[in-house]
Ligand binder design. Structure first.
Ligand code: DPP
Ligand code: ZN
Length: 867
């Protein structure tokens, strides 16, 4: 496997201006006839002083059967096939500036388990082309900087496929002989092939419309499995909100006359922004109160928004090459976060994002796959759809937004579209537009695009006559991919509180201190104060200040920022858990509990904040705070902490429980926050493990009128009583057995259970009739939840958890390497654990590496982890 390098980029030597596809669908032998209007690229001509470059036309192809090639209407045989690619020798094209190439090939959709290219599952045809899947459909210049206008004709059996869809507008539909029909689509916007899509199936359709700001009427169509139309309303409503929001906030209007969304059960990712025809994983479309939780409703709105926002940030302006992926993903994640904050809540959106950063992105940056948000080297592009490119990428955009303000950011966006609409561009082009529109210099800021790793900012206070100084030092440790690090440009929100809780004026613009070198300091006109640092997570860094427990409690009580109150609560819990980790028999001092309760009581009129402050950091997040941690010991320390917290805060928790009444379900912010508080309280109280608590949970489970509460009771019973948990899970199973999306929750709950025979349980579940190794949702729910979130099972002292995952990956890799490579993540991050665990994990990684024909996907991650 050979790595591609960002700096090796060369513009294409040939362009493909028009693509005409005729696709005759068949389960094992779909025939594709592709007619390409090609042109020798002006770039290729100019770069060689007016002479067309000496290069063959090399069309990517993978798993294709070639049938015939025609050049300018004549049969053509003088081609070569090299490593699956179709090579047209330069000599054959030398005299031509324009030419038409017609290629006929076939593919085998039903046996395509990779879910990339064209595949047939659940009786529906579906495509996924990003990043490099179009080459599994036909021979093409499969790179995002080749933009073409597509006309797509699909021939399918009429009875089995009432809905036959592709990008753009429907231009023809007619019956053919033999019970077949022909459907033709045309997309007037030039696009890269990764945005091509085709779907054919028998769906229920929900229709609606949206009137744009210029008064155009857009037809909206949502396609779901038969019988599920009633579960599509929330997604459709979310789409309309997203369309309105993008007009209001960015002045961006939809361009085609129709917008289609199709939900499918077999999908590698969350969703895909194909032009005019989004394909969604059904779990991010289908929802009603009986089948979806509050979190599901939230996620659907956010992902519908995300894919919609791509129409401008990704489709109208796309990436020049895949190293620039964050150009569209970091920006679009930022946009969907802003949308969620506006639609639902800033605090909840921000906190859940910060958790993703601290639990997953920091771990990635500290592990063998560390890369900048704009990677420099890639073996398998699918491995770079990462929390770094997406989520850290979004944090980098957020810093720009902070530095330039909302107005300045909007000016930059306007200039970006003015300059680059219809083009395939780079991250630098984006930052340059931001810079030029605001007349600032962002050269130093650009380092965020090329430097990997998480900066650590150490803050200390030093005395200066009559006042104090806060001294900031930043340092980024070497990462697996980069030894040398420089100081970054960091906006750090700072607030200082006197011991009385009064805020001290620091004279900082926007309460933000910009640390743009290794060291700098801020003067604080006070001798005794507590700094509140990195409010809103204003930069993706780890902050280090010698806080006392008292300091945390002060911040939890007096900070002007709810975010910082939450952050202090998490730091407080972490430091108490760390005490227990180092000495398991320690009783935490009783005075802490009284003060904690007092601080929490301050938030009793704000259930949104209270529920966040009652949520204890996950093991994954705690792991980041230790070097060479003992996962089992850490999990035990966390549980011990929860037991003590529950004992000491019991009256307070019971009081909250008594104050929350069950209401008939509605997805409103007020109700969501009430349910979340109740969920946090019930989970804490479950650590009492008393029969009374179990009875309480059972009663609530049986009377719940919605999925959110049911799931809360299941999670709490998982803590409270094994017998109750098993009983409720059986009842849940019999109620939802036929609902694939709901059963994913059931698999995930089983997979995260603490149990001595978890592996035999998993094996049994893998033979459940709703389980299917070829369905990524199932695999993620069962095996993914186990490997990522079942600390005690996965890190079992005898290494059996590691072995289980590895056995599974060996089975999955030949079918769906993309998913296999996602699931290997917990194993390759072995260096953060204690030696004894490391050795057992390495042993399993070596088993993987020794496997003949390991996919590029797994090879890249496993080999990097072992160097
Ligand atoms: N489906 C992925 C996303 O929307 C890839 N573009 O982020
Ligand atoms: Zn995206």
């Amino acid at each position: 496997a050979i790595a591609k390098k960002r700096l090796d980029y060369q513009a294409p030597n040939y362009l493909i201006n028009e693509v005409d596809l005729v696709i005759e669908l068949d389960p094992t032998d779909t025939i594709i006839t592709s007619t390409l209007k090609c042109e020798t690229s002006p770039h290729a001509i100019s770069s060689n002083a007016g002479v067309a470059s000496e290069q063959d036309l090399i069309l990517d192809g993978e798993d294709l059967k070639l049938i015939s090639v025609f050049l300018n209407g004549s049969a053509f045989t003088n081609y070569r096939i090299e490593e699956g690619k179709l090579v047209i020798p330069q000599a054959e094209l030398a005299q031509l500036t324009d030419f038409t190439l017609q290629i006929k090939n076939s593919v085998d959709p039903i046996n395509n388990g990779s879910l990339e290219g064209l595949y047939l599952s659940n009786e529906a045809y579906c495509t996924q082309c990003e990043a490099e899947g179009f080459r599994k459909i036909t021979y093409f210049l499969d790179r995002p900087d080749v933009l073409s206008v597509y006309t797509v004709t699909i021939i399918a059996e009429k009875a089995a496929f009432p809905h036959v869809l592709s990008n753009g507008n429907l231009v023809e539909e007619r019956d053919l002989a033999d019970g077949k029909k022909l459907v033709k689509w045309h997309d007037p916007f030039k696009k890269p092939c990764y945005l091509f899509a085709l779907v054919a199936g028998n769906f229920d359709k929900l229709s609606d419309s949206f009137t744009t700001m210029s008064g155009r009427q857009i037809q909206l169509e949502l396609f779901v499995d038969k019988g599920k139309a009633s579960q599509g309303h929330h997604a459709l409503a979310s789409l309309k909100k997203a369309m309105k929001w993008d007009e209001d906030v960015f002045g961006l209007e939809y361009d085609l006359d129709i917008y289609m969304v199709v939900a499918v059960d077999f999908f590698n990712m969350g969703a895909m922004e194909n032009k005019g025809l989004n394909v969604f994983n059904s779990k991010f479309v289908l929802a009603d109160s009986n089948t979806a939780t509050d979190d599901d409703f939230f996620n659907i709105e956010s992902i519908i928004g995300h894919e919609y926002f791509h129409n401008w940030t990704g489709n109208r302006v796309t990436c020049r090459d895949w190293f620039q992926l964050s150009l569209k993903e970091g920006l679009t994640v930022f946009r969907d976060q802003q949308f969620s904050a506006d639609m639902f809540s800033y605090l909840a959106t921000r906190i859940s994002q910060v958790k993703v950063m601290r639990e997953h992105q920091f771990a990635e940056d500290a592990g063998p796959m560390s890369h900048p948000i704009r990677p420099d080297e890639v073996i398998e592009m699918n491995n770079f759809y990462t929390v770094t490119v997406y989520d850290k990428g979004a944090e980098v955009i957020r810093m720009l937004h902070t530095l330039l303000t909302a107005d300045g950011f909007r000016r930059g966006m306007d200039l970006y579209f003015e300059r680059h609409d219809g083009q395939a561009v780079t991250c630098d082009d984006f930052v340059n537009a931001m810079q030029d529109a605001n007349e600032v210099n962002l050269d130093h800021f650009k380092l965020w695009y090329s430097q990997s790793g998480t900066p650590r900012v150490k803050v200390e206070s030093g005395l200066e006559s009559g006042s104090k100084e806060l001294n900031f030092t930043q340092r980024t440790n070497p990462t697996a991919d980069q030894a040398d690090k420089r100081a970054l440009y960091l906006p750090i929100k700072v607030e200082c509180l006197e011991r009385s809780g009064r805020k001290i004026d620091l004279n900082l613009n926007n309460d933000t201190f910009v640390l743009d070198k290794a060291n700098a300091s801020v003067t604080v006109p006070s001798e005794d104060f507590v700094p509140v640092l990195l409010s809103d997570f204003s930069a993706p860094v780890i902050l280090d200040y010698p806080y006392s427990l008292e300091d945390y409690l002060l911040i939890m009580t007096f900070s002007s920022s709810d975010y910082s109150k939450w952050d202090a609560s998490q730091a407080l819990y972490s430091s108490l858990i760390s005490e227990l980790y180092h000495n398991e028999s320690v009783e935490l001092s009783t005075s802490v509990w009284g003060k904690l309760e007092a601080a929490l009581r301050q938030a009793c009129n704000n259930y949104e904040l209270l529920n966040e402050m009652l949520t204890i950091p996950s093991v994954e997040s705690l792991t980041q705070g230790f070097e060479f941690s003992e996962p089992l010991k850490l999990s035990a320390a966390r549980s011990a902490f929860l037991v003590q917290m529950q004992e000491n805060l019991q009256d307070f928790l019971l009081e909250i429980m008594a104050n929350t009444a069950q209401k008939s379900y509605e997805y409103t912010k007020v109700q969501v926050n009430e349910r979340r508080v109740l969920s946090a309280v019930l989970q804490l109280l479950s650590y009492s493990k008393t029969p009374e608590m179990a009875a309480q949970l059972e009663k609530r489970f049986n009377s719940a009128d919605n999925m959110t509460d049911k799931l809360t009771m299941l999670k709490a019973s998982q803590i409270c009583s094994v017998e109750l948990f098993e009983k409720l899970m059986l009842s849940f199973e019999s109620e939802y057995l036929e609902n694939a999306v709901v059963m994913d929750k059931w698999f995930a709950l089983h997979a995260t259970t603490k149990s001595n025979d978890i592996l035999s349980k998993l094996t049994l579940l893998a033979s459940h009739r709703q389980f299917n190794l070829r369905n990524p949702n199932k695999v993620r729910s069962l095996v993914g939840s186990f490997a990522f979130y079942n600390t005690d099972g996965f890190h079992a002292i005898d290494g059996s958890g590691y072995q289980f995952l590895t056995d599974y990956l060996l089975e999955l890799d030949p079918i769906n390497p993309q998913i296999a490579a996602r699931l290997v993540t917990p194993l390759i991050q072995y260096k953060k654990f204690a030696k004894s665990h490391q050795e057992m994990m390495v042993m399993q990684l070596k088993r993987l590496l020794n496997r003949a024909n390991l996919s590029k996907d797994l090879y890249e991650k496993v080999s990097k982890s072992l160097t």
